[in-house]
Design a protein around this ligand. Structure first.
Ligand code: PHE
Length: 364
């Protein structure tokens, strides 16, 4: 009995395909080309072998096992050849990677353009904190939104002190769950002295602490900004004297402007210190001997620049924080960082420090 037309057509189809797939696979230079060549044979609709296999439909049942075996054997040959070439290509690629010229790790890197740096106020802050850290002070943080208690009351400000006025201080409305203002007044701290209260209320003496951060006042002109930065420092221990305070401030002035920089203390008033003083540093921008004093705008021809407030912590303040004023004493000082930065860099207006003009900031 001779084979059906369908079986004959399959035989012819396979014979026509022959070994051509081997050269097609060998010619494929990469994996994609190899997969394309395989699709020519086995693609779902148009693959040449797919079309031959489709003829199986017309093969009579008794011829099917034999015809099927032939088709499958052919397909397996194709698959084996495909896998072999795939391995070959992968091996060749790996070999090329391994023998390629290695990366030159000694090439200089690209320098990023327009890299930023610390703002002059923050740079000054860090330099100042370093001076105090070197003198043995601990650096602590403090909140900018504060209770009236910590900013004024416990620092012995009387309730009618002008600083507590609406004209001077930014008060904050704190609302309860129903949206009604809560009891207990809250404000943007007007100075960093709130950290004195917080630290002295939570730690036992001895302590030597500095704290830096933003403070807020209703103040706005060439040398004042509604937001600026302060550094606060204080020491509480047995036998602390005004001489200790003066010694630390003298060391601070020398750390800032170099050895031999002079300071002077003038009596002044702050509710939370007694006695209180204002500290001037000798002007480093002019001198009497070379005649530059007469035209100096920084010290206004006085030879002195006012930089900070200080004093011996008032016994009432120690008492408010649970520290026994008969046993312990302390001193405190506070100053504006912008003012020091302006003196240090010769910046004429505080506004320049907050406009964030890159032409200005790039100069530091
Ligand atoms: N808190 C004062 C101010 O902001 C400065 C100060 C601090 C004065 C500590 C005395 C002692 O003006």
């Amino acid at each position: 009995m001779s084979d059906s037309d369908a079986t004959l057509a399959i035989d012819r189809g396979l014979a026509e395909l022959g070994d051509s797939f081997r050269s097609a696979f060998a010619a494929a230079a990469d994996e994609q080309a190899l997969r394309d060549a395989q699709a020519e044979l086995l693609g779902k609709k148009k693959g040449a072998l797919t079309r031959v296999m489709a003829l199986m439909r017309d093969v009579p049942a008794e011829e099917r096992p034999a015809a099927g075996a032939k088709v499958n054997a052919f397909k397996e040959k194709v698959e084996a050849a495909f896998q072999a070439r795939l391995r070959e290509l992968a091996g060749a690629q790996r070999a090329a990677e391994l023998t390629a010229r290695p990366y030159d790790l000694s090439l200089p890197g690209r320098v990023p353009e327009g890299r930023g740096h610390l703002h002059p106020v923050l740079k000054t802050r860090d330099d100042l904190l370093t001076i105090f850290r070197d003198l043995g002070f601990d650096v602590v943080p403090g909140p900018e939104v504060e209770l009236e208690e910590n900013n004024f009351t416990k620092l012995a400000f009387p309730p009618d002190h002008p600083a507590t006025d609406m004209q001077d201080t930014f008060w904050v409305d704190v609302l309860d769950a129903e949206g009604k203002p809560k009891d207990g007044r809250v404000l943007l701290r007007t100075h960093t002295s709130n950290t004195q209260i917080r630290v002295m209320s939570s730690k036992k003496p001895p302590m030597a602490v500095v704290s830096a951060g933003a403070v807020y006042r209703r103040d706005d002109d060439l040398t004042h900004s509604p937001m600026f930065h302060q550094i606060e420092g204080f020491v509480v221990d047995e036998d602390v004297s005004m001489a200790d305070l003066r010694g630390v401030l003298a060391a601070f002035a020398e750390g800032l402007y170099g050895a031999g920089t002079k300071i002077r203390l003038r009596p002044s008033y702050f509710p939370f210190v007694e006695p209180g003083a204002e500290v001037d540093i000798a002007c480093v921008f002019c001198s009497e001997s070379d005649g530059t004093r007469a035209s100096c705008r920084v010290c206004k021809q006085t030879g002195w620049v006012e930089v900070l407030g200080c004093g011996m912590i008032h016994p009432d303040v120690l008492d408010h924080c649970g520290i026994d004023p008969t046993r312990y004493g302390g001193y405190a000082f506070g100053f504006g960082i912008e003012r020091i930065a302006m003196l240090r860099y010769g910046i004429p207006s505080i506004k320049l420090l907050f406009e964030n003009d890159p032409r200005f900031l790039a100069q530091f």
